[in-house]
Design a protein around this ligand. Structure first.
Ligand SMILES: [Zn+2]
Length: 408
């Protein structure tokens, strides 16, 4: 028996799954309807097991049975990802891809995850290949629009959203507001300067800073190489630096006085008096590039470890940080706040940065950058940094912290 193609759509792409058809009382639910009902109730494990049974009974090579299982695995992967089980999500996505390697939905969703994990270039190449085979896939055009937005190609993104709107009038409201937002941003940046080199772009509103763009690109290049040589990661996507004068930086970002730069997907950098501040700007770029690299490796890095690594790669002297926390009770890293951006007390922030730096420095000295990087990757299990670190190194994180706390 062949199973009809399920209308199993990907929540991330369509926003809401396609509506189910009511099963008339007079006939039993088809396997597809039953699977959809399970998915609608969030019973992903049951839906997967049910479709595995269907597939086991189906003739070998039944593409519908494979496709249904593949798309259902994709749905479970999505829910596992949202629940923080990246390892389980990865396993489901891999199986899904193996079952239906040419299915547009499977390929588009997989590309979307690559993009979310910072591999925009890889995602973009995959979507372009999908569109060669399926030029009327609105899902692919939407995903390509997101990739191009990440790639800072707003006119290119707009083109894709227009194509998606023409292909799927049912999502007109979504597309129209997306188009409006893109047109507004394009208009806003029309008068900006923009200089690109390879996968780096430097841009800004104030043309007075256009002259430093090449110098910023040099520093950015050096920052990326330094991160590759230490933390072992170089971004697989466009890195955008938006430059500001000191005042506009504060207005535009709402950043506190203690902030040298900012990373929110873009690196935001004050560059007033560039030549006098060249070294400080180089340090800031190394610091913010580290945040970017860590975001690619994991979304689950605690702030203290993120800031600790950023300070090490920036080149800050750990002796300065040790002085800052000397003579005070050691603040355990697990007691540090989950976010530091809203803390206005510069002294308190300074002590947090210093403690994070001292602790992370001790980790790197003990196990090396490679093991710290492996710890970041192991955070995907969602069990926290202490578990990830001990799993990778065999050393309890508390042992390192105890020795740091005792040394001071
Ligand atoms: Zn930072």
């Amino acid at each position: 028996m062949k199973v009809l193609i399920a209308l199993v759509l990907i929540a991330a792409i369509v926003g809401a799954a396609g509506s189910l058809q009511q099963t008339p009382e007079s006939r039993p639910a088809t396997p597809v309807e039953r699977a959809e009902a399970l998915l609608k109730d969030g019973k992903f494990d049951e839906a997967v097991e049910f479709l595995r049974e269907i597939k086991a009974k189906a003739p070998v090579g039944d593409s519908f049975a494979d496709l249904n299982l593949a798309r259902t695995l994709l749905r479970r992967a999505q829910s596992r990802r949202q629940a923080g089980d990246d390892g389980g999500a990865y396993a489901d996505a891999t199986e899904s891809m193996a079952l239906a390697p040419t299915d547009v939905i499977v390929r588009v969703q997989t590309a979307a995850w690559w993009r979310e994990d910072g591999e925009t270039f890889r995602a973009m190449r995959e979507i372009e290949r999908v569109l060669e085979r399926a030029p009327s896939s609105w899902e692919a055009f939407e995903e390509l629009a997101r990739c191009r937005q990440d790639d800072d190609d707003l006119p290119g993104a707009l083109e894709c959203v227009v194509s998606a709107r023409k292909l799927n009038p049912a999502r007109r409201t979504v597309h129209e507001s997306w188009e409006a937002k893109l047109r507004k941003d394009i208009g806003l940046e029309e008068s900006w300067f923009r200089v690109s080199r390879g996968s780096f772009t430097v841009k800004g509103e104030d043309k007075a800073f256009g002259g430093v763009a090449e110098a910023v690109l040099d520093l950015l290049d050096a920052a990326a190489q330094h991160c590759g040589a230490t933390l072992g990661h170089v971004a697989g996507r466009r890195v955008v630096v938006v430059v500001y004068g000191r005042e506009t930086f504060r207005d535009a970002t709402g950043a506190h006085g203690w902030t040298g730069g900012l990373f929110d997907g873009r690196i935001r950098l004050p560059v007033a008096e560039f030549s006098a501040n060249r070294d400080a700007i180089a340090r800031t770029l190394r610091h913010e590039y580290t945040h970017l690299a860590i975001q690619d490796l994991t979304r689950r890095c605690p702030v203290w470890l993120n800031e600790g690594l950023a300070q090490i790669l920036e080149g800050r002297q750990v002796s300065d940080s040790r002085l800052r926390v000397a003579g005070k009770p050691w603040r355990r890293v697990e007691s540090m706040p989950a976010s530091w951006v809203s803390i206005v007390d510069a002294d308190e922030v300074g002590r947090l940065y210093a403690g994070a730096h001292v602790m992370t420095d001790a980790m790197v000295r003990r196990v090396g950058f490679g093991a710290v990087r492996a710890t970041l990757v192991a955070l995907k299990d969602g069990k926290g940094v202490a578990t990830a670190f001990e799993k990778v190194t065999g050393i309890p994180l508390s042992e390192i912290e105890d020795s740091v706390a005792g040394e001071r």
